[in-house]
Unconditional design. Structure first.
Length: 386
């Protein structure tokens, strides 16, 4: 009796294995080393609409789209020959009615007794749901990018202060190495009856919609705090509190300055940001290294944030910028800063828009990071040069 049970179980297992092959939740193909289909299961027939008789003797590559055939020849076959197996190769199979079946292909070579390739066994998984999911992710990602870009454009737009005493010009260019928005931002506004101008450039950590939203909050906060009469140092202290309280923009760097356009008195403060450059007629451009402190909401901050003062002479320019202008992976920051100062000196006699574009052209050739430059120029006595 025991022997009969073993026989019956073996028969049952043999039938189950055949049924598993034919009705498996994936397509099965057995091909010769030249890709000719030798065996195929019912699942593959059902998915593709090709009858078995029409499949046997055809090459697997002939079932693929034209791009798929090229990939099959240039990648799939070489990898299979080198590695003996390929995993999750994404290809489109052309159904009998001409539609496409997105598929994930897994293949292994079956060697003969001498170790030479004899057969190729392939499983095919329907990736339609996965393709639809990936496409929806891409659409959602594009929507987020569009929203972020629209938000960023709205944040970076607006007319900067212009008068007989001062003009403000901005150069902004997002990185071309990515499609989502970065964290560089700027703003310029009047603090009182067109006597004092506030200018700010910052860099938020992060990318995309979240960074754009943080930029908006910080930009609004700076304007609101400046309207209360806070000087640059105390304003950054208050901005610190805003960031910590609302948990946004931690480690953001900011350079903020206030310019009295009638007297040229300049007050500024930098929270972890590259130092501003001061250009004055008849003098060498110089960095404003005073008034420095750590980035916003930094644990290393001790005491109130400092600020510093300088004089913006008639015909002089204050230049704020983000680190994308001077940072390079292949060189130290000191080299970038020296280069920037030299270019600022070389183009100090240009009009303001020309100064910005010339400096950018000389400094940035890889476009791998966002760029933001803001120049506040105090006109000479005649009110010329803009």
């Amino acid at each position: 009796m025991s022997g009969r049970r073993v026989t019956r179980d073996a028969d049952l297992l043999e039938e189950t294995a055949e049924d598993l092959f034919e009705n498996a939740p994936c397509g099965y193909l057995t091909c010769g080393v030249d890709g000719t289909i030798l065996r195929v299961n019912r699942t593959f027939e059902r998915w593709t609409g090709h009858e078995r008789a029409a499949l046997l003797g055809r090459r697997f590559r002939d079932l693929l789209t034209v791009p798929g055939r090229i990939y099959h020849e240039t990648h799939y076959i070489p990898l299979l020959q080198m590695q003996g197996a390929v995993r999750e190769i994404a290809l489109d199979i052309v159904r009998a009615d001409g539609t496409r079946l997105p598929a994930l292909i897994n293949s292994v070579q079956q060697p003969d007794e001498a170790g030479r390739p004899r057969l190729i066994r392939t499983t095919i998984f329907d990736a339609s749901d996965r393709r639809a999911y990936e496409q929806e992710l891409l659409r959602a990602r594009r929507r987020e990018q569009e929203i972020a870009q629209a938000l960023q454009r709205s944040l970076l737009s607006g007319d900067p202060p212009q008068s007989a005493d001062v003009c403000v010009e901005v150069f902004y260019r997002p990185a071309q190495a990515r499609h989502e928005v970065g964290g560089d931002w700027h703003d310029a506004f009047w603090l009182d009856d067109e006597r004092t101008a506030g200018v700010v450039v910052g860099d938020v950590v992060g990318r995309g919609l979240e960074a754009a939203a943080v930029m908006g909050q910080l930009r609004s906060a700076v304007r609101a705090l400046a309207s209360t009469g806070l000087a640059p140092g105390p304003l950054l202290d208050a901005l610190d509190g805003f960031v910590a309280r609302h948990r946004v923009g931690r480690m953001t760097t900011v350079a903020y300055a206030q310019v009295d356009v009638t007297t040229g008195e300049l007050h500024y403060a930098c929270a972890g940001h590259p130092p501003p450059i001061l250009l004055a007629p008849g003098a060498k451009p110089r960095y404003l290294w005073d008034g420095r402190s750590v980035p916003l909401d930094s644990v290393a901050l001790r005491g109130p944030r400092p600020q510093a003062a300088a004089q913006l002479a008639r015909g002089g320019t204050l230049l704020l910028y983000t680190d994308g202008l001077v940072e390079r992976r292949e060189q130290s920051l000191d080299v970038g800063l020296e280069h920037l100062l030299a270019e600022a000196a070389r183009h100090a006699g240009d009009d303001i828009a020309g100064l910005l574009t010339s400096v950018v052209r000389a400094m940035n050739d890889d476009r791998s990071d966002d760029l933001c430059l803001l120049a506040a120029h105090r006109r000479d006595a005649a009110g010329i040069r803009s």
